[in-house]
Each structure stands twice: as structure tokens, then as C-alpha cells.
Unconditional design. Structure first.
Length: 224
């Protein structure tokens, strides 16, 4: 209604006070405190920039590897003293020279050719020095040398006998000189066959990789 005055309650004691009165007549409270506070304008909150999360590095799982097992070293080889005398079915093995193969089978396999030449041209292994590096070649070179010396010695003796044992020859009753009898020359020729047989036996032993002594001359040692 027009003309009516509005009343406001004191915020302290609740007394109704007319508009325009600045202080409450009951408690003296300022009526200005009853006025509503000014409305603040709404301001939207500012959003701060947040960087997207970066993926963390995850190392791949490592497989378990067991430590290597310890392998003990092989035991040292014991020195075996060479046997004295001839082994059963074989001949004498000369001592191994420095730098020569330690295995007799490998030595024989690698030096067969030179061992065969020792019975044909015994001086070839001596000139090349193969007898110093190979016990197999040294053994057969010794036998080949002994066989060659025996053959040369027999040839000299045979020539002397042929010159001594001579009979006169006549042609039509006329003396025509002297000559060695056929039967005597035949005997001397037959006696030279064993030297050829010994040479063949030595070559066969060299081909088969054996160090077997030859009959009669096998025990003679010249090359040491």
C-alpha cells in the first residue's frame, strides 16, 4: 500500500527499525550492516594447461642365464720311458729328434716316399736332412746305407774272384787267352740275389709303415 513505510530488522537484536534510520534505537547497531552485500560478477575459473602424461620407459624383462659351468683342464700327460729292445713284430724306433712328429704312425704316413728312396738312392735322405727330422726315415736310411755298403763290398769281392779264377781258352787248338768259367760266374750271380731280396723287403716295410729289421744286416747301426 502507498504511504506505508518498510521496516528492517536489526541484525543484532531483531528490533524492527524504519527505513532511513541509521542506528537501531534499541541496541545502537548500525543499520548499514543490514544492506545486502554487492553481488559479485561470476568469473569462470581459469584452467591451467596441463601437459599430457608421457609414457614411462619400461625396460624389457631380462631372461635368466645360468653361469657357465666350470670345466677342469685335462690332466697332464705322463712321460713314458721308451722301451728297450725290439717290440714284438717290429723293429727299433730311434729317439725322436727335435721338431719331429711325436706319433710314429703319422711320421711313417708322412715320410713313406723318403723311406723308399733310402733303399734305392740312400744318399738322398742324407743330403736333404730328412733323417734328422723323422725317426722313420732315419731307421730306413740306416738300413739302406748298410745294404748299399754290403752290395758294393760284394761287387768288389766278386770282381776280384772273377779276375783270379780264370781258365785258358783255345780256339782250334790255339791258345786264345783266359776267361772266367761259366759255372763260377753263375755261382757269383746267384750269390748276389739275396741283396736284391733284402732291398725289396726294405721297400715293402717302408710302404707298410713298419720299422722291421732286415735279416742279417738289420742289427747294424751306422747312422746314429
Amino acid at each position: 500500500m502507498k504511504g506505508e513505510q518498510t521496516m528492517a530488522a536489526c541484525i543484532k537484536c531483531g528490533t524492527q527499525v524504519q527505513d532511513g534510520v541509521q542506528f537501531c534505537p534499541n541496541c545502537g547497531q548500525s543499520m548499514a550492516a543490514n544492506q545486502a552485500p554487492p553481488q559479485q560478477q561470476y568469473q569462470p575459473p581459469q584452467q591451467q594447461y596441463q601437459a599430457p602424461p608421457q609414457p614411462q620407459y619400461t625396460p624389457p624383462p631380462q631372461q635368466y642365464q645360468p653361469p657357465p659351468q666350470y670345466t677342469p683342464p685335462p690332466p697332464p700327460q705322463q712321460y713314458q720311458q721308451p722301451q728297450q729292445g725290439y717290440p714284438p713284430g717290429q723293429g727299433y724306433y730311434p729317439p725322436v729328434a727335435p721338431g719331429a712328429p711325436q706319433d710314429a704312425a703319422q711320421d711313417a704316413q708322412a715320410n713313406k716316399t723318403m723311406a723308399i728312396l733310402a733303399y734305392i738312392l740312400f744318399f738322398i735322405p742324407l743330403l736333404t736332412g730328412a733323417h734328422k727330422s723323422s725317426p722313420f726315415v732315419k731307421y730306413h736310411t740306416n738300413q739302406g746305407t748298410v745294404l748299399c755298403i754290403a752290395t758294393v763290398a760284394y761287387s768288389i769281392v766278386s770282381a776280384i774272384l772273377r779276375a783270379v779264377v780264370r781258365v785258358p781258352v783255345t780256339v782250334w787248338g790255339i791258345p786264345a787267352g783266359y776267361h772266367t768259367p761259366v759255372w763260377f760266374s753263375t755261382i757269383l750271380t746267384l750269390l748276389s740275389i739275396p741283396f736284391l731280396v733284402l732291398c725289396i723287403l726294405g721297400i715293402i716295410n717302408a710302404v707298410n709303415g713298419k720299422t722291421q729289421p732286415l735279416p742279417v744286416i738289420g742289427g747294424i747301426t751306422i747312422i746314429k
